[in-house]
Design a protein around this ligand. Structure first.
Ligand SMILES: [Zn+2]
Ligand SMILES: [Zn+2]
Length: 338
């Protein structure tokens, strides 16, 4: 079967791989779509990782063989790659994505593959069947939208009309816009983005205010403590975005860090902007099966439609082109297919 595997030069190339045999409790799917994600790009840029890896975890597929009671050939499914144990101290305290079992990749070999083996724990915990009416393109967003929903939950939006700022209008920034709208329809959403084309997309997708990052501080008036955002989602990362995020968060509000950071990345900040103003800085990492289930409900209900974020659909043999498109910021979401 064909796979797109990582190269030493930090890109993807087509290769042949043996089809993985399935055992009791497992299933084999053929790929329909796998989204190329910022995490894949982050891993591709990591010089410490050995080449030859099959990445990809935003998987929609069709079951072609099953040794599990819950799945039958022909079933159309989503197959997120991580599952918590559900029973350890971290899982019981709501930190499921920190569970020691969560890191295991339950997809063999990975999403950028013609066919994939779903390990038994994936079949039990994360694989879900799709209703006939749901588009494959929409289902490919269950995993990334669950990550976004986790951050939104952690922001604990209590008001009916929360003031939200999203820093960055790449695919994850725009997905924040759409998921916030789906779960908090009265939210007022400001997006800060340097690229004019992406600002236009953010406006088209329903952001209330879209500004370049330099202009965003003008929106918050420090003389009025009720002004400023209840929650800021930083999908860009780095010192400048962090400074902006703290600056536009109201006293007592929350900054949610969503972007991947390099191993030794640091920021500095004014301690009183957190201590004296009771702001909270929160991390949100990945999504749990509960969040994936809620996203699937939002998609099935029609409350969430992320398909406008799909800018490209490319076959696996053009995976390198997909990587280039994302690195040049010419694509939002690229979906790869066999
Ligand atoms: Zn992802
Ligand atoms: Zn656990």
């Amino acid at each position: 079967m064909k796979v797109a595997r990582t190269t030493a030069a930090g890109s993807l190339e087509l290769a042949e791989a043996p089809e993985p045999p399935i055992r009791t409790g497992e299933a084999l799917i053929e790929l329909v779509y796998c989204g190329l994600c910022g995490t894949d790009l982050y891993k591709l840029a990591d010089a410490d990782r050995a080449p030859g890896e099959v990445l990809g975890h935003e998987v929609v597929g069709r079951v072609i063989a099953s040794h599990a009671d819950s799945l039958a050939p022909g079933d159309r499914v989503i197959a997120p790659h991580h599952a918590p144990c559900g029973d350890c101290r971290l899982c019981r305290s709501g930190a499921e994505t920190m569970c020691s079992q969560f890191a295991e990749n339950l997809l063999d070999p990975g999403g950028f593959s013609e066919r994939l083996r779903l390990k038994a724990r994936a079949v039990q915990r994360t694989v879900r069947k799709l209703d006939d009416g749901l588009a494959d393109e929409a289902a490919a967003f269950v995993e990334p939208a669950a990550c976004v929903l986790r951050g939104i939950d952690r922001a604990d939006l209590r008001r009916k009309t929360p003031a939200i700022v999203v820093i960055g209008a790449g695919s994850m920034g725009l997905l924040h816009l759409l998921v916030v709208r789906a779960v908090s329809p009265g939210a007022r959403i400001v997006i800060a983005e340097p690229d004019a084309g992406r600002r236009a997309t953010a406006r088209r997708l329903g952001a209330d205010t879209v500004v370049p990052p330099d202009a965003i501080a003008d929106l918050a008036d420090p003389a009025k403590p009720q002004a400023g955002a209840d929650a800021v989602f930083d999908t860009a990362g780095g010192q400048r975005a962090f400074d902006l995020a703290l600056e536009v968060t109201r006293p007592g509000g929350r900054v949610v860090l969503f972007a991947h950071a390099a191993h030794d990345a640091r920021v500095s900040f004014d301690i009183n902007a957190v201590f004296r103003s009771e702001r909270q800085v929160i991390g949100a990492y990945s999504g749990s099966p509960a969040e994936q289930a809620r996203v699937l409900d939002l998609l099935h209900e029609g409350a969430l439609d992320p398909t406008p974020l799909v800018t490209h659909r490319l076959p696996l043999d053009r995976a390198a082109e997909a990587v280039d498109l994302c690195r040049r910021r010419e694509a939002l979401k690229v979906l790869l297919h066999p």
